[in-house]
Design a protein around this ligand. Sequence first.
Ligand code: SF4
Ligand code: SF4
Length: 373
Amino acid sequence: MSQCAKQCMKMDRRVFLKTAGVGGVMLPNLAGDAGAREDQDEKHAGEKNAVSVRPYQLLCVFCSIGEGKDGDEKIEKLKQVVRDHPDVPLRIVCNAGDVYVYQDPGTREDSPEGRDFNRKRDLDILQRMSWQPGTVLPARTVFRSLHKHITTVAGICGYGTVTSPAWKGCPKAKSGCYEKGRQQGVQAIIPPRTEQEMAKEKERSIQAMLSAKEITIRPHILLCAVCQYGGGTRPPFKADNLPDLLQMILTKKPDVSIKMARQADWMMCGPCPSRVAKLNACVNVLGSGGLSNEKRDLDMLQKLGLNFGSVMPARKLYQLIFERIPTTQDICKREGNQSPCVWWDGCGESNCKKGNANYEKGRKELMEKLQQV
Ligand code: SF4
Ligand code: SF4
């Protein structure tokens, strides 16, 4: 790594700690843990320290975007932390009491409408999201899930009937600001990867793959490659390098070595819009796709009797896959995991009824082709 890049990372961490340490958004772990964490990899500093927030403050972020002007100090600090560290863990705390009293933050950050209104508003949000008080999730998952599931603040931040002054609600509840902010999408909070960056990574990772003695890949996307093939996807393909890999196996190097790698390994996932380079992470679905995909990888390794780090020639590996995995169902289905559960994803849902038909088609076609090469 160049000195310049190292300097940038140090700056980044200083700015983050400075931002996090000043009042407003509650950051309970940072001050005490910062010294003890000095030896941690600096590039992950922003992603390892949970930031405590109230549920209503998350909605206020969309509201301030819709209003077109800055929110109060704590909302602006929250926005900045999330913009700089989109996968920072957020600890979502509220005054739930009862057996959840361990995480109650107190009323210090209540908005002025009163204690009971503040409690109800926070609990209304948690209940809609199926989140428990004190839950910790990556910020990207939090904002994408909220964006999907809370389409309006009507009934949350204000009510159709005001039954007493204590229940008059937030003055902005009927302004349409939240709904307008939500229309701008999560990209108004967390900028997506740029087209330029992804195109550059496509070129670099394809070159690396074509010249590699050993190709690294997370296990379950060997199946995704078959689904794509059965569905007719062929190179050039922008979002990943799987069609290029199959083409290489079928036309040039049928016995190239394939190594099982963890997470969103660069050689295949480099150009994907859902890849977070600095974490080597997959943030598809609602930001939590990497979790379900890690389990798919492990399920697949168990079926094949392999491990992360195992190496096999491509043709033999695919023969083993086709023999032991006739359908995507065992690897991909997610029964009983409805969104916003972090285990939910589209493939998981569609595989509950039957396996992916494109996989079955691709498997048949590729079995024949691999016998001919
Ligand atoms: S069904 Fe499974 S193997 Fe096919 S694309 Fe979806 S996750 Fe990948
Ligand atoms: S980053 Fe995730 S979605 Fe993208 S290709 Fe890799 S595993 Fe698939």
